[in-house]
Design a protein around this ligand. Structure first.
Ligand code: FES
Length: 629
């Protein structure tokens, strides 16, 4: 038996199962940004009894836990497996407990006319008699043609279900058609109101699934989880290299994501009280690598020059082809990709933002581990992708965490006293800092003159600035007496560098696309900030550190989980799918690594806000009263 303290939860031990899983089963939520990869160090627990029943410390644990703490029993819950039975007592420190995770499921979603690819038709058939000896399939198709004027064929595999479906409810039956020509389901009676599909946004870090009632068009339920491929690599490149280096690596990655989505589908169906067989179609979006790995398409060519994807066009396969547990004769479709690093998710962003239809020039920025940017207007659209990494998700940041209870999400610093004002998610005592808080903190520290434009933290008499255990400078955001963990929460010199790298990657993309379009930031009439991070980050802080282009903040629109919105719109409407196909051909892809100016742009963008201040002409105005003006 395993006891989780101080929460008093218990669970039966299972051999070869990580403590992280057993904690979840016991209802104890432990933070896990990297999803079992042993990289984030957020899932620390302390074994107070029964350590001999557990696996030995791994290399990751030796790297991430100081020896003194290891000797005191500290382990990473994702790396610690049950080896033998016996009483095990696990202390879960406050800092490792996950609060309510703020999930951004919503997105700005223009209304679409409901015209899904699936259609249900209720038929009343003449019963078979000695005078009417037609076979069931002929009878069905003939009545369908008479009633709906649709010339259709029956999907292989469905034939076996027809005899019972026709006779069970006295020859009243409901036929489900895919795109008006393929009969994919025949059910007894009138089930016309029971029509469901699932839209899935596969992010590199997070997967969100939406159950859509295709009879009403409403969202019936939403579920999400960290991308289960994270243990194989935090970013796209490391996952693709796993598929190249490991035998059946691609198979393992595909299994991980399909298995994860199956779990989400089960949760969605339980929430709505329907069966998985009621889900007839799935619409999937994701960046190109996620798309390829999900469908079992080789992704290695995406990772090497000239970065050509294997598949650009939208595809549709049967669920059994990839092991998805929905209605077996249903459909799994994807939107088209644009290029190796601009995928179906960017096409979905484009559709939900409406940028493709704007007369004036705008820009859409979807920030994630891999940031996709599209700029232009109705006439011309350019896209690029930036390797911004997982820092905004809280990874590689000393006190980084996701935006869940107790995460510092807003920071204000008095430039004269360096006193700090914080806002945390759910107004709970601080446990760490999430992406929007980190951007605010860097912006405020820069405004207050604590950071040089190079990002270097200045020495100061003020006791908020000190040398951390690692010997480098750090700024105390919250002291132990005010935090949930009793530990000071700091932002370190290393954290600042991580944010500089991430924001420089994004601004390099922004800058190169603007140059290609021959426009200045002031000519951008709208900037659409997509994704959870884009929605919660303070726009003026993002401009101040040089991540967003310098535009008046009222031109920045927060469109939420736009990829999820676009996927839902396309699940509901075949016209939107056709639009997606058209846009994927129209959007031009700019490969940043092939741009002559890439290195120079990136090096300049590492500065706060930028080495070339002519790109941020109002910077001086914003900071004139501060140290670095
Ligand atoms: S989840 Fe254990 S180290 Fe990241």
């Amino acid at each position: 038996m395993i006891h989780f303290q101080p929460l008093g939860r218990k669970v039966e031990a299972r051999k070869e199962t990580p403590l992280l899983d057993l904690a979840r089963e016991a209802g104890v939520q432990i933070e896990s940004i990297c999803g079992y990869a042993g990289k984030c160090g957020k899932c620390k627990v302390v074994i107070t009894s029964g350590a001999l029943n557990l696996s030995k410390a791994t290399e990751s644990e030796r790297d991430l836990i100081p020896e003194k703490d290891r000797r005191a029993g500290m382990r990473l819950a994702c790396q610690t497996y049950i080896k033998s039975f016996g009483k095990i007592v696990v202390e879960v420190p406050e800092g490792s407990r996950r609060g309510h995770h703020r999930l951004l499921a919503a997105g700005v979603e223009p209304k679409v006319k409901l015209s899904p690819a699936l259609k249900k038709v209720v038929l009343r058939l003449p019963p078979a008699t000695l005078k009417d000896l037609r076979a069931d399939d002929d009878r069905l198709l003939e009545v369908l043609f008479k009633k709906a004027h649709l010339k259709s064929s029956i999907s292989p595999g469905v034939h076996g279900r027809i005899p019972e479906a026709l006779r069970k409810q006295d020859w009243v039956t409901t036929v489900t058609l895919y795109r008006n020509w393929e009969v994919i389901q025949v059910e007894p009676g009138d089930t016309s109101r029971n029509l469901f599909g699932v839209a899935v946004d596969i992010g590199t870090t997070k997967v969100v699934a939406y159950l859509i009632d295709l009879f009403t068009g409403d969202i019936a339920a939403t579920e999400s989880m960290p991308n289960p491929q994270i243990p194989y690599g935090e970013d796209l490149m490391s996952r693709i290299s796993y598929t190249i280096k490991e035998r059946d690596g691609a198979g393992r990655l595909q299994y991980a994501i399909v298995d994860g989505i199956n779990t989400l589908v089960t949760r969605l169906c339980t929430a709505k009280g329907i069966s998985r067989d009621d889900v007839l179609e799935m619409m999937v979006v994701g960046n190109t690598a996620m798309h390829h790995l999900f469908f079992g398409i080789p992704a290695q060519h995406v990772a090497a020059a000239p970065y050509a994807p294997a598949v650009r066009t939208s595809i549709t396969v049967s669920p059994s082809h990839i092991g998805l547990n929905i209605y077996p004769f249903g459909k799994v479709s994807s939107l088209p990709n644009v290029a190796g690093f601009v995928g179906a998710d960017a096409v979905a962003d484009l559709i939900s933002s409406g940028l493709y239809n704007d007369n004036k020039i705008g820009m859409m920025i979807d920030i994630g581990t891999n940031t996709e940017i599209i700029a232009g207007s109705k006439r011309k659209l350019l896209s690029c992708s930036c390797a911004s990494g997982p820092a905004f998700e809280g990874a590689h940041i000393k006190y980084g965490m996701r935006a869940s209870t107790g995460a510092i999400e807003r920071v204000w610093i008095d430039p004269s006293t360096l006193d700090v004002n914080l806002r945390t998610v759910d107004d709970a005592p601080a446990r760490g800092i999430c992406g929007s808080g980190i951007v605010d903190a860097v912006s405020e520290l820069f405004k207050a003159g604590v950071l040089e434009p190079s990002g270097k933290m200045m020495a100061s008499e003020n006791n908020r600035i000190r040398r951390g255990k690692e010997g480098t400078a750090e700024f105390v955001l919250a002291t132990g007496s005010d935090t949930a963990t009793g530990e000071d929460i700091t932002i370190t010199q290393h954290d600042i560098q991580e944010i500089q790298l991430a924001k420089a990657a994004i601004f390099t993309g922004v800058s190169i696309l603007m140059k290609r379009l021959r426009i200045k930031p002031s000519e951008l009439t709208r900037v659409y900030a997509a994704g959870a991070f884009g929605t919660y980050v303070d726009a003026s802080s993002a401009i101040h550190i040089g991540m967003y282009p310098e535009v008046p903040v009222d031109r920045i629109s927060f469109i939420g989980n736009a990829a999820g919105s676009g996927a839902r719109m396309c699940l509901r409407s075949v016209e939107k799918r056709e639009l997606a196909d058209e846009l994927s051909r129209k959007v031009e892809y700019v490969e940043l690594a092939a741009e002559k100016e890439f290195q120079k742009e990136f090096a300049q963008a590492m500065f706060l806000p930028h080495r070339d201040l002519s790109r941020f002409p109002n910077h001086k105005k914003r900071t004139s009263k501060y140290h670095w003006s």
